[in-house]
Design a protein around this ligand. Structure first.
Ligand SMILES: Nc1ncnc2c1ncn2[C@@H]1O[C@H](COP(=O)(O)OP(=O)(O)O)[C@@H](O)[C@H]1O
Ligand SMILES: O=P(O)(O)OC[C@H]1O[C@](O)(COP(=O)(O)O)[C@@H](O)[C@@H]1O
Ligand SMILES: [Mg+2]
Length: 363
């Protein structure tokens, strides 16, 4: 293929997700076969603003497919429109988007591939309005992005969470306990729902479905009556308490979305002990869900996304995000991507199926 475009840039933004390296590899391979150069910006948008980059050579992309994380580094704080700058003893937040655009121009980067979640791609959309020519690739373990049916990283996170559930099962059964597993996902319950079903949870609590302690206790006690004096509860970090409170672990100064959720599982374990008399323990699985080698599904999805993004960029397209629709890779214009996070519809088919096989959602 003879490319219109001769020099591509690439960066990864937001929390890392298994499959980032597989996307980078696919973009690099299509660029190489079209005779185009590829420049990788380091640590997300901060590399673009500060001009920290590396030219990607053939040797850089070998051995990448199965590697977790991102070889380029990433960052889930920095926003070019509100970027921390040291002024004397003080850190002040400034609009540094012009510096980002100037670096693209200085390096004569024709098209930039941004691999990121809703936050990083919202920034990409703003930069596009200012003249940057960007192709987006949807990433996040949370699977909460609008404009696509699935993000890469989700399948691996679900696999990791399912393995954790299998392990919690044996100890729950041995000790006749209720084990509560808290999973990531921010304001969406996708990881909790999918791994809860895959791991045989008895109760799944997600932000999308308000729940009551009595209903959770009912499920635990009915299992006890059936001769199963142990239970597994999966809870999404974004699930609220029955009183509607979301549990925040910390707020990160300067971040566009400063809230970091965490801790609901401890509240639930305490309530379960009080209400049912069962001994209960909480586990927060945490960043293990973001790490490790991508599953075959994620390697394939990431490769398909990377190939499509590279081809679009090389053809001179921009202002588009690659997307998966009904098993087909396609694209969606940035301005046609609905705002906000894609949460689990409470009437999702998997929720119905889960209810029909006896899983409680606490409602
Ligand atoms: N809705 C938003 N609009 C604009 N910028 C955002 C938004 N949400 C987050 N950001 C910025 O985007 C960066 C990346 O967002 P984050 O949610 O951490 O990762 P991701 O790209 O995976 O969604 C954050 O540092 C934050 O500054
Ligand atoms: O790494 P941090 O700053 O603790 O952030 C944790 C958050 O990032 C995630 O792991 C991934 O979210 P993003 O893909 O939007 O970055 C969330 O599930 C979690 O709430
Ligand atoms: Mg996000």
């Amino acid at each position: 293929m003879e490319a219109k475009v001769k020099r591509l840039g690439i960066l990864t933004g937001g929390g890392d997700a298994p499959g980032l390296n597989a996307v980078i590899r696919a973009v690099a391979k299509v660029a190489e076969s079209a005779g185009a150069e590829l420049y990788g910006f380091l640590d997300g948008y901060s590399g673009l603003i500060r001009g920290n980059y590396r030219k990607m050579e053939k040797r850089d992309i070998s051995g990448l497919l199965h590697r977790g994380g991102t070889m380029l580094g990433t960052n889930n704080r920095d926003n070019p429109f509100n970027f921390p700058v040291q002024e004397g003893d003080e850190v002040v937040y400034k609009d540094m988007s012009d510096a980002a655009l100037e670096n693209l121009e200085k390096l004569r980067i024709d098209r930039l591939v941004v691999i990121g979640g809703d936050g990083s791609l919202a920034i990409a959309r703003e930069l596009t309005r200012k003249g940057a020519k960007i192709i987006g690739v949807p990433k996040t373990i949370d699977n909460d992005m609008q404009g696509t049916d699935q993000t890469f990283g989700f399948d691996t996170a679900v696999t990791t969470a399912t393995e954790a559930l299998d392990k919690l099962h044996t100890t729950a059964e041995s000790h006749h306990r209720v084990m509560v597993l808290e999973l990531m996902g921010r304001y969406a319950g996708w990881i909790a729902l999918y791994s809860g079903v895959a791991g045989g949870a008895d109760v799944i609590l997600i932000p999308e479905i308000p729940w009551k302690m009595e209903k959770v206790a009912e499920k635990i006690l009915s299992r006890q009556k059936e001769g199963k004096p142990f239970s597994i509860i999966v809870v999404a970090e974004g699930a609220k308490t029955p009183e509607g409170e979301k549990i925040i672990r910390e707020t990160i100064k300067g971040s566009g979305d400063p809230v970091r959720l965490g801790g609901i599982s401890y509240r639930i374990a305490d309530m379960v002990e009080k209400v049912t008399g069962f001994e209960s323990r909480a586990t927060i699985l945490g960043h293990v869900q973001r790490g490790g080698s991508p599953s075959p599904f994620d390697r394939i999805l990431a490769t398909r996304y990377g190939e499509a993004a590279g081809m679009l960029a090389l053809a001179g397209e921009y202002g588009k995000m690659v997307s998966l629709r009904n098993g087909i890779i396609t694209w969606v214009a940035f301005e046609d991507i609905p705002q906000g996070c894609r949460t689990v519809p409470p009437d999702h088919q998997l929720i119905k199926a889960a209810r029909n096989i006896g899983i409680s959602f606490g409602d």
